[in-house]
Design a protein. Sequence first.
Length: 380
Amino acid sequence: MAKTPKQRPKVFSKKQLSRRKREARHTRILYIGGAVTVISVLLVLGFGFYQEYIVKPSSPVAVVGGNPISTREYQLMVKYRRFELASMMARLQDQLSRLDPTVEEQQFLVQYFQQQLEQARLQAMNLPMQVLDDMIDDELIQQESASRNIIVTPEEVQEEIEGQFGYERNPPTPTPTPITATVAITVTPMPTEPVMSGEEFQKNYGEYVLALRKNVGFSEAAFRRLFESNAYRQKLQEVLAEEVPTTGEQVHARHILVESEEEAKRVLERLNAGEDFAALATELSIDTSEGGDLGWFLRGQMVAEFEEAAFALQPGETSDIVKTSFGYHIINLIERDPNHALDEASLSQRKASALEDWLAEQRQSDTVQRYWSSDKVPQD
């Protein structure tokens, strides 16, 4: 058998070798360019991801006493409040749909539910800023509570939650009203509202927490912190209410109130002529106070123009004409006291507003820095 001749290796010319080198170099450049493009795209996407999902959520929307409130926390709270508001509006709309506005007996309820819906829509518009304000207030309250050694226990939080869901661990035993033979029963007794059992509470609570996690991404721990914040708010309010001053700068004044400036000028002329202030007040004032006497009052209890004029007087002095939304006043100061005891109503009002007054001052202090911007508000 004849042998197969060996295949000789292919020999390229210098021109062919040069062309092949150029083609290989061009291919390498294409590969490198493609790799650089892919890496650049990945870097851009990675940077965007890093900015959008790491840097931006971690950036503060506010700093309170050195503690940052992150955009992530803020956005989660906005979503939760939107969920709550939407649920409430759905309930109102459902109740409204069951009413007939053409039925006279139902027209009041129709108007009521419509007003409630309108208020809810306004709340939705203002929600982003309201959430920020509330979170700043909560942080201020937490820090002040810590400085005062005010503590809220997990048990207290649990009781708050149970109360919100309508569950009482130890419900009061109803005391039946004794029926005597001399009283005729003419009204059908209403059925007693069934008491929620522990199992029912756990079921309702579990379903609600699950709905929050599913619809909002709100954890049970975050939900419980809402009740913890509310408990701290109540405790700090009680502490601050006990600290409010029981005395304050007050003036005892009387006035004559008329409808026009011309009338007020005539009153001033008669006063300057020596007529009695109380007698003129009884004769001319449209205010029904006896002799125009307003009693003692603190700053903040009267309209600004009246208050400014009254507190600028010394005992025995009479003001010029003072215009307010009520009309034209002439004020006479009877006496003033820098430490006059508050009456019961004024003291109760001070106690009730103790926390809000404290918060109003703290919000304006250097301890609060805001970094809110509209792009930090989550999309609906």
